[in-house]
Design a protein around this ligand. Structure first.
Ligand code: NDP
Length: 293
């Protein structure tokens, strides 16, 4: 039976560390850390995600500076809000919740976020820092995967890792982080031929293709560690991932479930980026640096 890579449990443990880091630094900093989740419009799924992030902030002691703008807000006004948050000394992290309403181009807005306050770790400068191995906020989902692997004691040095998916959000930064941990990394995508041969070479397989249930036992080497990043709403209700859990679990040595695997870690890493930025901006040592691969 595979070890379960339990993201809920690890997220709760990291929240305890976050709360302790905030309590320990509060006097020296003179203020709590602040996160601004900026939401534009009324996408219902985004509403749930933003509420989850705000609840997580309040659990650990991060002040919420969030703003919710109406769907028809002009780009100039969204930009002005981002600039206001950039200039606000009480704000350490800014997140622009996607997707934006039709007609708003996310690219110039994401680029306008101060890279030092980039809670998502997806600003071009911060992706460049990851590439160069320089410190900075890290992309939350792949950093969450790295934390799950580390907590389970999964060795990466010299191992073969395969990442299915090459998005800027997940696949690409995931591959860079695994490589930085000395894995030999292959990135597969929709044009990859004979995917099964590639994925069966993996000691560690991270699947972020956004295709429900596409990875089955035939794709997995017995004893491999399998991390499922995919999240899909099933027509009958509930969530599933990119991996057929029931099929793969008996042959894997460790596997992350959906829900309860990578998802909770993504929110937690948002908090880690915010508190790390707070430490940096307030001149405190960062006790969470091990969580920023
Ligand atoms: P994208 O759609 O941006 O990227 C998907 C990637 O998978 C692409 O690189 C694509 O290849 C590749 N791909 C698609 N189909 C196949 C296939 N049949 N075989 C091999 N590769 C394939 O998705 P994201 O990276 O944004 O997200 C991936 C999944 O992760 C989604 O289910 C998303 O909901 C989930 N997610 C979960 C998060 C969490 O917190 N757990 C956070 C973020 C995302 P190509 O480049 O050639 O098109």
């Amino acid at each position: 039976m595979a070890t379960l890579l339990d993201g809920r449990q690890l997220a709760a443990q990291i929240e305890t560390r976050l709360a302790a880091a905030i309590a320990g630094g509060l006097d020296a900093a003179g203020r709590p850390p602040g996160l601004a989740v900026l939401r534009v419009g009324d996408d219902p799924a985004s509403g749930v995600y933003v509420a989850n992030k705000e609840k997580a902030c309040s659990r650990v002691g991060i002040t919420n500076h969030g703003a919710h703008l109406a769907a028809g807000t002009p780009a100039a006004e969204v930009l002005a809000t981002i600039k206001r948050l950039n200039a606000d000394p009480a704000v350490d992290g800014i997140l622009l919740q996607l997707p934006l309403p039709a007609g708003l181009d996310e690219r110039p807005l994401l680029a306008a976020i101060d890279p030092e306050k980039d809670a998502d770790g997806l600003h071009t400068l911060n992706l460049g820092r990851l590439l160069k191995g320089e410190p900075g906020p890290r992309s939350c989902t792949p950093a969450g995967v790295m934390a799950l692997l580390a907590a389970a004691g999964v060795a990466l040095d010299g191992k073969r890792a395969v990442v299915v998916g090459r998005s800027i959000l997940v696949g690409q930064p995931m591959a860079l982080m695994l490589q930085a941990a000395n894995a030999t990394v292959t990135v597969a995508h929709s044009r990859t031929q004979d995917l099964g041969t590639v994925t069966r070479s993996a000691d560690v397989l991270v699947v972020a293709a956004g295709r429900p249930h596409m990875i089955g036992a035939e794709h997995v080497k017995p004893g491999a560690v399998v991390v499922d990043v995919g999240i899909h709403r099933k027509p009958e209700g509930g969530l599933c991932g990119d991996v057929r859990f029931d099929e793969v679990e008996p042959i894997a040595s460790a596997i992350s479930p959906v829900p309860g695997g990578v998802g909770p870690m993504t929110v937690t890493l948002l908090l880690v980026n915010t508190v790390s930025s707070w430490c940096h901006r307030c001149g405190l040592a960062n006790p969470l640096a091990d969580l920023l691969p």
